[in-house]
Design a protein around this ligand. Structure first.
Ligand SMILES: [Zn+2]
Length: 587
């Protein structure tokens, strides 16, 4: 996900530098020849490009769905007409065509050294079949008009190959297409269960690997319902066909995913059921919403300043549209938002304005989760405000549609920036909404959020939960030293003197090697009886011995206020009543 973002932004810069492509009116003709052999460690590819009429051609080294670090290094021995192509270690290279009308590009895809457990994103070949994700297999011309694509596969005679273009053919050909079509995988039968389902008359190809507690058809049904909800938000479908690749892989309920062009890649938990796992549901809703918001979607962004919208608002819409599709209820959505509120409260960067948080996303690990918490709550804030003040007539949908109309990447190729977002807020909700957003983004976000919840008839409540906590939240990477990155400033550890960036070295005499070791200790504390514990923290060159008394776990809840309202707030009553009537069920 993160590297896909980088790539897209980098490509945006790159396009500005690349001279406009002068492919002929009919478009380029691309012919790929792939050689598949059992157990191969490399896949040789030859690409013939016909119909050139420029001196330079920008070649996109395809994408990795964000899951393969340094993917461009997996493309070996890139040549044009036999001559090595000068590499820049980036995703787009330029090849000199010197006025010729055709060129043969050759390369090999290195299949080694990729941790398959991270997903399906590099091609895989075994003794009987292959899985070839187009996005990490095909090098293709950037921005050029493409007239025809052929793919020929040289493979052992007894292999049957299923593709998103057809079943069991050795040659694939499609006319009048664009490079998007290339990112569709073709999938050798056996390892993946390949099927095509229909959404609005559009083919949605699904490919599943592994088995979990959730059946393929449950994932498919869920996906279709969520896609319909997303389409209702924007009132348009941004893809001509869609590839959804799902790996039942993780055992511990961890999920991750990515979206690229017209495909989504989902790493799904084996040991959870989709119907009762919020994280699993969110994964599908979040990644599929990226087909509209972010990347190449209807709303494509131009810089990191709006990452809160492309990621955080996508997270909000994951919830909103699960609710719209009746896959969750109001309470579940509010619980998710209240969870984000807790995580925002314990972040050291909680008062950093949203555009700056986005800019720090890649540099500061603390900013990463904040994009999703503060960004999602910004979406929630705007949506709730608009619904409450208009009796449910307007919502965040109007903001994103307004933004999409003025910056529609699909039709106009324009991408939005922070100012465009502010402009859309003003168009829909006037100066008041802009001010509300600025207050939330740049100052103390709490009064803004409390005010809007109040308007909608809700208040924020702190509720005790079973078990104990130290009030330490983010502890850094799994195998790194246990560094305090998020801390409840009203919590136990903070009260005992623990501060940001302290490294936890010992706990009750047991040494803590890394975050994972600390998590084990934390489990013990959670289930314990609240006895004080001794910890040793490292702070610079100092070592401090501190005693912490664990406190009860708590969470926040957004609860409906009891009527009646105070008579003095005469004006507020109307707005509030309308808000209550609208509730959250109009999503
Ligand atoms: Zn995302």
């Amino acid at each position: 996900m993160t590297s896909a973002r980088r790539i897209l932004l980098w490509l945006a810069l790159c396009y500005a530098l690349v001279p406009s492509n002068a492919a002929s009116q009919a478009g380029l003709r691309l012919t790929y020849e792939l050689t598949l052999r059992p157990g191969a460690r490399e896949i040789p590819v030859a690409l013939q490009i016909d119909g050139l009429n420029s001196d330079m051609l920008a070649l996109e080294l395809t994408a990795d769905y964000g899951a393969i670090p340094d993917y461009q290094r997996k493309i070996l021995d890139l040549r044009a007409d036999g001559e090595p192509v000068e590499r820049n270690d980036q995703w787009v290279v330029q090849i000199r065509t010197s006025g010729k009308d055709s060129v043969i590009v050759s390369y090999r895809i290195d299949l080694t050294g990729h941790d398959r457990s991270r997903g399906t994103t590099l091609p895989t070949v075994d003794d009987r079949h292959a899985f070839i994700p187009g996005a990490s297999t095909f090098v293709f011309p950037s921005e050029a008009r493409i007239g025809e694509v052929r793919v020929q596969i040289d493979k052992p005679a007894d292999w049957n190959i299923d593709t998103s273009w057809g079943i069991d053919m050795d040659e694939y050909r499609f006319d009048g297409t664009d490079s998007d079509d290339l990112v569709y995988s073709f999938v050798a039968s056996g390892d993946y269960r390949v099927e095509t389902i229909e959404f609005d008359g559009i083919g949605v190809h699904t490919a599943f690997r592994g088995q979990g507690w959730t059946r393929d058809d449950e994932v498919q049904d869920f996906l279709l319902r969520v896609l319909a909800s997303h389409r209702d938000t924007f009132q348009t479908t941004p893809f001509k066909r869609l590839l959804a690749v799902g790996d039942f892989f993780y055992d511990r309920g961890v999920t991750s995913g990515s979206a690229f062009h017209n495909s989504i890649n989902l790493l799904m938990p084996r040991d959870r059921k989709l119907s009762d796992d919020v994280g699993f549901q969110n994964l599908i809703a979040h990644e599929s919403f990226h087909l509209w918001n972010g990347g190449d979607g209807v709303l494509a962004y131009a810089d990191y300043e709006v990452l809160w919208l492309s990621e955080g608002v996508t997270d909000f819409y994951a919830q909103k549209n699960l609710l719209r599709a009746r896959l969750i209820d109001d309470e579940e959505m509010l619980e998710e938002m209240a969870g984000k509120y807790l995580r925002l409260n314990v972040s050291f960067l909680r008062n950093v304005p949203l555009p700056e948080v986005g800019s720090q996303y890649f540099e500061d690990p603390r900013a990463r989760s904040l994009v999703y918490t503060k960004g999602a709550l910004a979406g929630f804030l705007i949506d709730t405000y608009l619904q409450s003040t208009t009796g449910g007539v307007e919502s965040l949908d109007d903001v994103v549609r307004t933004l999409a109309k003025s910056r529609n990447n699909v039709e106009r190729g324009e991408k939005y920036r922070n100012d465009d977002v502010l402009g859309a807020l003003e168009t829909v909700g006037g100066a008041e909404l802009v001010q509300l957003f600025q207050d939330f983004s740049s100052g103390d976000y709490r009064p803004a959020l409390e005010g809007v919840l109040d308007l909608a008839g809700y208040r924020i409540e702190r509720v005790d939960e079973p078990g104990y906590t130290l009030g330490i939240y983010d502890l850094g990477g799994r195998l790194q030293a246990a560094t305090v990155r998020a801390l409840d400033r009203e919590g136990a550890a903070f009260g005992a003197g623990v501060r940001e960036n302290d490294v936890i070295l010992e706990m009750d005499g047991r040494s803590i090697r890394d975050r994972r070791a600390l998590e084990e200790e934390m489990k013990w504390i959670t289930d314990g009886n609240g006895e004080p514990i001794l910890i040793v923290v490292g702070r610079g060159s100092d070592r401090l011995l501190l005693t912490i008394e664990p406190e009860r776990f708590y969470k926040f809840r957004f609860t409906r206020k009891e009527p009646p309202l105070e008579a003095s707030k005469a004006e507020g009553i109307v707005a509030r009543k309308r808000g209550v009537e609208a509730g959250f069920s109009r999503f």
